[in-house]
Design a protein around this ligand. Structure first.
Ligand code: ZN
Length: 318
């Protein structure tokens, strides 16, 4: 049995599904999550506790969390936009919650209808809520800094601002922060610089994950840059579900299958069985027949001899 070196956090059931119009049936979501956990994925962001009116695709999040909790060893994560969402996530029993703070205040107001000051109040209230819980029931609380690498409304984002907001989120009581390339603007040099700066500010252990999109094809290059800076959690979505309405042909998040292939090939253990993971796509294809499924590895198939000997011999799924 090998120890996993990198945690892949599957975000397709949240980020992917919220980006498409089709509503995936609840049973299909459950089958997807079960199958992906069986393939060795240890953390899945299963939904978002937002009003169903805003995102009907995720209206069944509480039920999906409950399903995820029945799977041994799976960390069940959910997004929460505010205190109300956090209360619902706690009620449902999520292991991990992430509140996205858009570094771009314009984006924050457009998306959450909140200024930074208003988001800070929500964060402080969530921390108070969590501190009142029995420690065994307290979810891990991540402050996700979205649009950290650029914003479709504001354009370039000041790195000083990202660092300052990371520091603020920790001061408010988040357990950790994450960096999100919500818009697919990041490049590897920028990513390395920002990871280094934020780690220097909040401490190495308090920035462990990045959330990458592949809008301009730099997703895996950015993932590699993140690994080189000591990032140990990478968000990705099966089949790159979601796509990008402004970039036809581009996947949404980085594609889980391609990410696993890259890490496998490099001898970096994820605990995921790539053959089994590829099979999970069938569930998506059946439930979302009109949505494009992305991924180079699934399209071209595994190389001859894959997983036995040769350059990709090292990590065997445990
Ligand atoms: Zn995203």
């Amino acid at each position: 049995m090998t120890t996993d070196q990198i945690l892949i956090s599957e975000v397709g059931p949240r980020d992917g599904l919220q980006s498409i119009q089709t509503i995936m049936p609840t049973e299909a979501k459950k089958a997807w999550i079960t199958a992906e956990a069986k393939a060795g994925v240890k953390e899945i962001e299963v939904g978002s506790f937002v009003p169903p009116k805003l995102l009907p695709q995720l209206a069944d999040t509480a039920e999906i969390v409950a399903h995820g909790l029945t799977i041994p060893g799976l960390t069940v994560a959910a997004l929460v936009p505010n205190l109300k969402g956090a209360e619902n996530a706690v009620k449902a029993g999520a292991h991990k919650i992430t509140l996205p703070l858009s570094v771009s205040e314009t984006h924050s107001q457009a998306n959450l209808n909140k200024t930074h000051a208003q988001v800070f109040t929500e964060v402080a209230n969530i921390v108070a809520l969590l501190n009142d819980l029995d420690p065994s029931k307290r979810p891990q609380f991540e402050g996700g800094l979205s649009t950290a690498f650029g914003c479709t409304m504001e354009g370039a984002i000041s790195e000083d601002r990202v660092v300052a907001l990371a520091s603020k989120m920790m001061a408010l009581g988040c357990d950790e922060v994450g960096l999100s390339d919500t818009t697919g603007y990041a490049n590897p040099a920028q990513l390395k610089r920002l990871v280094r700066r934020v780690k220097a500010e909040v401490g190495d252990a308090n920035l462990s994950g990045v959330h990458l999109h592949n809008t301009r094809g730099l997703g895996l290059a950015n993932a590699l840059a993140a690994l080189e800076e000591g990032i140990t959690t990478l968000d990705s979505s099966l089949a790159g579900l979601g796509g990008c309405p402004f970039a036809p042909g581009a996947s949404g998040n980085i594609v889980t299958e391609d990410l696993v292939f890259m890490l496998d090939s490099m001898g970096i253990a994820t605990g995921i069985d790539l053959g089994k993971l590829l099979e999970v796509r069938k569930i998506l294809a059946a439930a979302l027949p009109n949505e494009p499924l992305y991924g180079f590895t699934p399209d071209s198939g595994l190389p001859k001899g894959y997983g036995s000997e040769g350059p990709w011999g090292l990590p065997k799924a445990s």
